[in-house]
Ligand binder design. Structure first.
Ligand code: PLP
Length: 385
């Protein structure tokens, strides 16, 4: 039967991540394209979930999540993000950060609304925007600084723009929003009455002593910001599908309504594992930073040696490398040639841009074990244009 798929699916923009993964598998290469998170899950988190299963926490939970996790998150928000939040009314536990993002768009925006996306962007953000019938509106940030300019941001706002997505630290650029940039966001958002949706999944993966700043903690941004956070990267549990949204009570109620319809609730025993993880001592979070910073330095040194120019990330676990000087037709050609020559898979920068600015970039993920990273660096050193 030839049954047509929905237009909203046909409109999606598939990224080249899956293509590169397939090609990498075909040639038996090392996949630095996709980010799965390869560090071990802390025993505290793992054992918290196992204990919950053994104690019979295996049924549906309230759609907003179990109370011990919401309480632990409220404490964490106060301690690490400078946010005072009501655990009963302002936190919604969801199925992954991606789930919280999707529920937020559906709950708070209408089809046809414009939503600003800073490029380079995370592909899931764009496709979830399209799936919700929203109009993505792009503002290109320029490497190597990827700084936000107030005049450019004001100019990017159109009559139907209702919201703006922030991602700090950013996937794919690693850029962290500075206090000055968030002050710009506050001014522009107030001027145009925009909702801010802030993806902070990499908040604990920051380098060179930099401090993550939660947009909601800046000035009056709290009332118009939905903070989207999670555990996938912090505890290396990408497969657990746990995340949460933090917002003003009225917004959180709407988000939770959609959350209930989409997922019913997040996986019950895993919520207890995450609650246990939030009690981890500060040393855990410091060692996470140190570990990824070491990996970042290994890959950046290797990229330099291969004649690619790494744009050293401030946070998250990806690095964009500039290939503009190498004369390839486009980023996809460059990534495929690099894979064929060295057996190392990356992702073409075009996957993160609407404009042609991504054609001079490729992205590598360094959330890999050390042996894999060292082997990748060895192979990259053989790259010849
Ligand atoms: N947000 C960003 C910016 C990401 O890079 C990723 C994963 O790569 C996610 C969200 C996914 O988070 P989760 O596993 O909590 O859905």
């Amino acid at each position: 039967m030839n049954f047509p798929i929905a237009q909203r699916i046909a409109d999606l923009r598939p990224s080249d991540i899956r293509l590169m993964t397939k090609e990498c598998e075909r040639v038996g290469g090392i996949n630095l394209g996709q980010g799965l998170g390869d560090l071990p899950t802390p025993p505290l988190v793992r054992d918290g979930a196992i204990k919950a299963i053994l104690e019979g926490q295996n049924t549906y939970t309230p759609s907003e999540g179990v109370s011990p996790l919401r309480l632990a998150i409220a404490e964490k928000l106060k301690r690490d993000n400078g946010l005072d939040v009501d655990p009963d009314k302002e936190i919604v536990i969801s199925s992954g950060t991606t789930g919280a993002f999707a529920a937020t768009l559906t709950a708070l925006l209408n089809p046809g609304d414009g939503i600003l996306l800073l490029e380079p962007y995370y592909g899931y953000h764009l496709n979830t925007i399209l799936l919700n019938g929203l109009e993505p509106q792009f503002l290109t940030l320029t490497p190597p600084e990827f700084s936000l300019d107030e005049a450019a941001l004001n100019a990017a706002v159109r009559p139907n723009t209702r919201a703006m997505v922030l991602c700090t630290p950013s996937n794919p650029s690693g850029k962290m929003s500075s206090a000055e940039e968030l002050a710009i966001v506050e001014r522009v958002a107030e001027r145009h009455n925009l909702l801010i949706i802030s993806d902070e999944i990499y908040e604990y993966i920051t380098y060179d002593g930099r401090q993550h700043i939660s947009p909601a903690s800046v000035g009056r941004l709290r009332e118009r910001t939905v903070s989207i956070m999670g555990f996938s990267k912090t505890f290396s549990i990408t497969g657990w599908r746990l995340g949460y949204a933090v917002a003003d009570a009225a917004l959180a109620t709407a988000i939770n309504l959609v959350n209930d319809l989409l997922y019913v609730c997040a996986p019950s025993p895993l919520q207890y594992g995450a609650a246990a993880g939030l009690q981890a001592p500060p040393e855990y979070f410091q060692s996470l930073r140190n570990e990824y910073q070491r990996k970042r330095d290994i890959i950046c040194a290797g990229l330099h040696e291969a004649g690619l120019t790494p744009l050293v990330p401030q946070g998250a676990y990806y690095v964009l490398a500039s290939i503009a000087h190498l004369g390839f037709a486009d980023a996809k050609t460059a990534a495929l040639i690099l894979l064929a020559q060295t057996g190392v898979a990356s992702v073409p920068g075009s996957s993160f841009y609407q404009s042609s600015s991504g054609e001079g970039l490729i992205r590598f993920c360094f959330a890999k074990d050390d042996a894999t990273l060292h082997e990748a660096v060895k192979r990259l050193s053989k790259f010849r244009v």
